[in-house]
Design a protein around this ligand. Structure first.
Ligand SMILES: C[S@@+](CC[C@H](N)C(=O)[O-])C[C@H]1O[C@@H](n2cnc3c(N)ncnc32)[C@H](O)[C@@H]1O
Length: 330
């Protein structure tokens, strides 16, 4: 091969940058550098002197974090950027440092390869269990603190799905997390009743938000494992399943959709809003995370979801603007 035919190694160099950036982030979080700078200990000299740390090490770490745009530097002084002020100060309700530290080890420092060889997964933790509720609570920190920020987008979603906030509408938000989507609907009409299913801690966190918004009286809680909680029959007009069906296999989803089918009134609809594989060259890294963090999950395409929904009895399966999938109980 002629030397000019050898491709440049920019992509590989980019990978080095990711690797080094992760190291900087991990060390910065462990050493709580943002907290110190926020408290006015804002030069490398001051931090090193206060903590008894190596000055050259502190300086190079802070400068690397500046390159990551999570600090800025003016002369010798470092200051926070808005993202580090909100998300990287321990104790703030929007703190995400814990989940970042947790997720840095998402593939168990090399265990993913073994899981790919053997097919035995999840690798480090199972995202479908109650053990990881802390993950979801931390991941959605902005939604808990600023729910209003999402309502416009969520209202548009309901409009595009042709679902109106009618008096008496009964909505099941299954694996609701911070439940912004169903909250948006409830805010439009005090006659809308929303039922939330998720793990107890998640529901209690969401309930505090609903109290703050003055809609708690419209909320019914169904805590527990979605596989064992009884959804009843003929109990809902709409079932919204946001970002949860990609945690399960097609067979499990079909079982879940059957359960939802029974819970819906005739003419009611299910909305599946998940990671959907859209093109032949699907490049979403979340699919790999799903492989590692669930026992059976994956990113399915529209045709696969249609089969699962139809096997559960649903009809008129539609793909809305390449977004959520809606189907009707005939
Ligand atoms: C990725 S979050 C999605 C939250 C929300 N629906 C959304 O779209 O923003 C997944 C949610 O599913 C919940 N979940 C996962 N497995 C569950 C299970 N077996 N039983 C109940 N909730 C579960 C998690 O607690 C988490 O809140």
């Amino acid at each position: 091969m002629e030397s000019q035919e050898i491709p440049k190694s920019e992509v590989i160099e980019q990978v080095y940058e990711w690797i080094y950036s992760l190291g900087a982030l991990r060390a910065g979080l462990e050493l709580r550098v943002w907290e110190k700078i926020a408290a006015g200990v804002d030069t490398a000299e001051k931090i090193a002197a206060q903590e008894g740390w190596n000055l050259a090490g502190v300086r190079v770490l802070l400068d690397t974090i500046c390159a990551l745009k999570l600090l800025t530097r003016n002369g010798e002084r470092y200051s926070l950027v808005p993202e580090s002020a909100y998300y990287l100060i321990p104790g703030k309700p929007t703190y995400k440092g814990g989940i970042v530290q947790h997720e840095i080890n998402w593939e168990g420092n090399g265990k993913l390869a073994e899981a790919i060889r053997s097919g035995v997964r999840p690798v480090v933790y199972d995202a479908t269990t109650a053990d990881v509720v802390g993950l979801w609570i931390a991941d959605y920190s902005r939604r808990w603190v600023y729910p209003e920020a999402y309502f416009d987008i969520d209202n548009k979603l309901w409009q595009s799905l042709e679902i109106q906030a009618q008096e008496g509408l009964r909505v099941l938000d299954l694996a609701c997390g911070p439940a912004p989507i169903s909250m948006a609907l409830a805010r439009l009409n005090p006659g809308v009743c929303i039922t939330w299913l998720d793990w107890e801690d998640v529901l209690q966190t969401a309930l505090k938000v609903a109290v703050g918004l003055g809609i708690a009286n419209q909320v019914v809680l169904m805590p527990g494992d979605l596989w064992s909680v009884d959804l009843g029959s003929d109990a809902f007009d709409v079932a919204y399943l946001g970002n949860v069906t990609h945690f399960f296999s097609p067979e499990e989803n079909t079982r879940l959709f059957r359960k939802v089918y029974s819970a819906l009134a005739r003419g009611g609809c299910i909305v599946v809003d998940s990671v959907v594989r859209r093109e032949s060259a699907f490049t979403d890294t979340v699919a790999l995370w799903l492989y590692a963090a669930t026992a059976t999950g994956g990113a399915y395409d529209f045709a696969e979801y249609r089969t699962m929904l139809e096997n559960a009895g649903f009809a008129n399966v539609r793909d809305f603007d390449q977004g959520p999938i809606k189907a009707v109980k005939p």
